[in-house]
Design a binder for this molecule. Structure first.
Ligand SMILES: Nc1ncnc2c1ncn2[C@@H]1O[C@H](COP(=O)(O)OP(=O)(O)OP(=O)(O)O)[C@@H](O)[C@H]1O
Ligand SMILES: [Mg+2]
Length: 247
């Protein structure tokens, strides 16, 4: 009889995951494997539509795979009831902040997670205020969330995630819409965390500053840094001052 040994360094493990959206036969995830271990700081850079957001939603149980195994903290998660207790330990920053924020005011939005975790009202508010201050947005605490700018909402959504003190962070394009000063602050905050995180971004400089390895996705699978080399190239030509790409 075999004894299964749980690898305590494994935080998230996806094995042979395949997923198609309902009504489609395109495999967005196709026999995909991924492991996030303790202290891993992984960046993910891949083209639009390659399945990055779907991948994060699969880890959270928001997309249920047709086949394969999702393991979080060593436990196999299959049904909705398996995912519920785990979701509060994983901080997912949604790609669209409007999917994350639904309370009337900023303070309520950020206190919502800690309240849900069982904090008293006062402790939840204290945790929310502390996180808002850390991100430098405490002046907005009484603002109406849906009236904030896109970048401000992004920061509030990030505060909502961090206030829960998650054991692992999954960030879906955290810098989208942020100015350089705020981006620098985010780099500082991520580098001061001692939890593992997985960050999707299209910004190489940001990914490079906050992660130790960069993965990509192609044809529904992960390419690890052994499979490819994302690199920055410098060159000179007539229109080089404008954003462009090379085939
Ligand atoms: N709710 C949905 N229903 C049907 N198809 C979807 C849905 N969401 C995403 N898709 C499809 O799944 C594929 C992967 O989408 P996904 O959002 O995971 O990509 P992504 O890598 O996050 O892209 P981006 O960089 O633009 O955010 C795309 O082809 C998309 O059209
Ligand atoms: Mg996406």
């Amino acid at each position: 009889m075999g004894i299964e040994v749980t690898d305590i360094s494994s935080v998230i493990k996806l094995e042979n995951i395949s997923y198609s959206y309902p009504g489609s036969d395109i495999k967005v995830l196709d026999h995909l494997d991924l492991e996030i271990k303790n202290s891993d700081r992984i960046g993910m850079m891949a083209p639009n539509g390659s399945g990055k957001t779907t991948l994060l939603h699969t880890i959270m149980g928001l997309c249920k795979p047709e086949s394969g195994i999702v393991k979080v903290f060593g436990k196999v998660l299959k049904h909705e009831k398996d995912f519920i207790p785990v979701r509060s330990k994983i901080g997912l920053l949604f790609q669209d902040s409007d999917d994350q924020l639904f309370c009337p005011t900023v303070l309520e939005d950020v206190a919502f997670g800690p309240l849900n975790l069982g904090f008293s009202r006062q402790d939840a508010i204290d945790a929310a205020r502390k996180t808002l201050k850390r991100l430098g947005i405490h002046v907005f605490e009484q603002s109406v969330t849906h009236r904030l700018s896109g970048g401000q909402k992004r920061l509030v959504a990030l505060a909502a995630v961090l206030a829960m003190e998650p054991e692992v962070l999954l960030l879906d394009e955290p810098t989208a819409g942020l100015d350089n000063k705020v981006k620098e602050k985010l780099i500082y905050i991520l580098n001061s965390l001692d939890i593992s995180y997985f960050v999707i971004s299209h910004e190489y400089d940001f990914v490079k500053a906050v992660t130790d390895k960069i993965f990509s996705m192609e044809k529904g699978r992960i390419l690890t840094d052994d499979d490819m080399q994302i690199h920055r190239h410098e060159h000179v030509h007539k229109h080089g001052g404008h954003p462009h790409s090379h085939k």
